[in-house]
Design a protein around this ligand. Structure first.
Ligand code: BV8
Length: 260
């Protein structure tokens, strides 16, 4: 089922969904680059614009690309870190902070590396693909020395001399075990799975939606592009998350309008 939300009209949600969310015991939320789009951070696919237009993410976000041209990969990340530093959480991030207060259990796992959920106030965020604001060294995963950064581009590790790299998961690299296990368990057990702002293009995270479905959860997709997910066996709320999520909470908990 697809619920369209034309720009000006107030969003109307299927009452079964509102009832289900209101009574949910355990909500699992997966977010992707789309939830940060309204904060001015280009989605992963859109990030390949301007001077990066001639590259594909897979050409830069891999250990091979870094080995081949560490300076170019480092500079792409420095450009993205700049965007992240200037960005602020948007109403979509804030709505998830509020949702966590409204249901007995909410697990939030993200493919994003921008840290905006944490800056919005979400706690225990599971970062499945790392965090762009942290570095580690390429050869031994030594964390960056907070004190100083060597002058080179990329800077070198103070302990082993190898190049520093962003602390993110590149294509062809394993995801962090603990976070992935926790997301797996949550998706399999939740009664409502909310997928927000992701194209579902990247594995193994993309499989969480099907895992939730097979576990009997109601699957809800929030995305302006309804085509990314067939509406078969899921509810697609078509629109930007910064608009859809606050409206969904307002309709599910109308009393919240009076409380601060
Ligand atoms: C792994 C961190 C195995 C870096 C990212 C060949 C070799 C090796 C692996 C593979 C292979 N072939 C396939 C694979 C698997 C591969 C993969 O899935 N490839 C894809 C391209 C097919 N996966 C991996 O490599 C993973 N590792 O498999 O390891 C292994 C096992 C043993 C030993 C060693 C290895 C690692 C994948 C992680 C890659 N790192 N990010 C960085 O950020 O720089 S992925 C990166 O892209 C993001 O993190 C994100 O996950 C993904 C993009 O997805 P989205 O977030 O969905 O963003 P996208 O732009 O695609 O879509 C945005 C959506 O938002 C759109 O639908 C849009 O409509 C919507 N939207 C727009 N505006 C809004 C909105 N929605 C709501 N509101 C709005 N306002």
């Amino acid at each position: 089922m697809t619920v369209e939300s034309p720009k000006e009209a107030p969003v109307k949600f299927p009452s079964p969904l509102v009832r289900e969310l209101r009574g949910a015991r355990h909500v699992a939320v997966l977010t992707g680059a789309g939830i940060s789009a309204e904060s001015g951070i280009p989605t992963f696919r859109d990030a390949m614009t301007g001077l990066w237009a001639k590259f594909r993410p897979e050409d830069l976000a891999t250990p091979e690309a870094f080995r081949r041209d560490p300076r170019r990969v480092w500079e792409w990340y420095e450009w993205r870190r700049e965007l992240v530093a200037r960005a602020r959480p948007n109403p979509g991030h804030l709505a998830l902070v509020e949702l966590a207060r409204r249901v007995p259990r909410m697990d939030l796992f993200t493919q994003n590396v921008d840290g905006l959920h944490q800056r919005a106030g979400s706690r225990d965020v599971l970062e499945l693909h790392g965090n762009i604001t942290r570095d580690r060294c390429f050869d031994n995963d030594h964390p960056a020395d907070p004190g100083s950064r060597s002058e080179e581009t990329p800077p070198r590790c103070r302990r082993c001399g190898s190049f520093m790299r962003p602390d993110v998961v590149w294509f062809g690299e394993r995801l962090p075990e603990r976070e992935l296990e926790a997301a797996w368990e949550s998706a399999a057990r939740c009664d409502l799975f909310l997928s927000v702002g992701t194209s579902g293009a990247v594995q193994p995270v993309a499989s969480l939606v099907d895992l939730a479905r097979h576990g009997g959860a109601t699957v809800v997709i929030v995305n302006p592009d309804a085509s990314v997910f067939s509406a078969r066996d899921r509810i697609v709320l078509q629109g930007p998350s910064g608009r859809i999520l606050p409206a969904l909470l307002a309709e599910t908990w109308p009393e919240r309008r009076s409380s601060p």
